[in-house]
Design a protein around this ligand. Structure first.
Ligand code: SF4
Length: 254
């Protein structure tokens, strides 16, 4: 049984998986150091727990939830933990999703083959053709190749996939979102919902991002318009912490 480097548990969330009531399990550790990290308290230190503790939490909540979302940090740093959590959740008839930065394509590929995961939320932090910007954002080089591989792996596995970009002014804005939309289409993932997520300045450490760099809800909708009109994406949504996710454009709707 795995010892799990746990960041925390949110027993009930309706904003992490649209349409589902989910328990969110945060795993510690991440190979990246994003300048706008919204969970930087999970990047260092350790807090190991035994799987039994997580099982008890799932059992306590199972009547109120229909899914478990594994988040981080970067969850795929702890594949055994994901495997055990997912197996347990499945035994309790719960859906399982993982939020990932895409840094571990080989691990993801082997996990998807086991069919324990129902959905992947994949960060596309910047255009995948812009290694320089990706490196500026994540402080690590060579990330785009891995994220591209992860995207391919997920498409190939036909997993339910959602693609997420966190936006800040002067960092990742209209031009970047347009290019990402084109790249999503080019990669054959236009059928996946594309989520433009409001970056939050107040939870970024050391005031590295200023309040005025945050996009307002109206501005997020403008970004959604740019993405939707740049490529033939099936659906574009915006996500804010206050209001959760909203579908702004959908080709499936009139
Ligand atoms: S990938 Fe996510 S958890 Fe890791 S540093 Fe970046 S924002 Fe933080």
């Amino acid at each position: 049984m795995a010892r799990i480097n746990l960041g925390g548990i949110v027993p009930f969330s309706t904003i992490d998986w649209r349409g589902k009531a989910a328990m969110v399990i945060f795993l510690r550790g991440c190979p990246l150091r994003c300048i706008y990290c919204q969970n930087y308290n999970l990047l260092e230190d350790s807090h190991y727990v035994v799987m039994k503790e997580i099982e008890e939490d799932i059992e306590k909540n199972e009547d109120f939830i229909d899914a478990v979302v594994i988040s981080g940090g970067e969850p795929f740093m702890q594949p055994q933990a994901i495997e055990e959590i997912a197996e347990f959740a499945k035994k309790h008839s719960l859906f399982v999703a993982v939020q990932t930065n895409g840094f571990y394509p080989a691990v993801i590929e082997s996990m998807l083959k086991r069919k324990l995961i129902d959905k992947i939320f994949l960060d596309i932090k910047a255009p995948l053709s812009d290694e320089k910007l990706y490196e500026k954002l994540t402080k690590v080089s060579g990330v785009t190749r891995k994220v591209k591989n992860t995207l391919d792996v997920c498409i190939h596995a036909k997993i339910d996939l959602e693609l997420v970009t966190t936006v800040f002014k002067n960092l990742v804005g209209g031009e970047e979102v347009k290019r990402i939309a084109e790249e999503i289409e080019g990669a054959g993932a236009a059928y996946c919902p594309y989520v433009i997520q409001q970056g939050r300045a107040e939870i970024v450490p050391d005031k590295a991002i200023k309040e005025e760099d945050m996009f307002s809800y109206e501005e997020l909708k403008e970004l959604a318009s740019l993405a939707y009109h740049a490529a033939y994406l099936k659906e574009v949504r915006v996500r804010t912490r206050e209001d959760g996710e909203e579908v702004i454009y959908s080709r499936g709707r009139s």
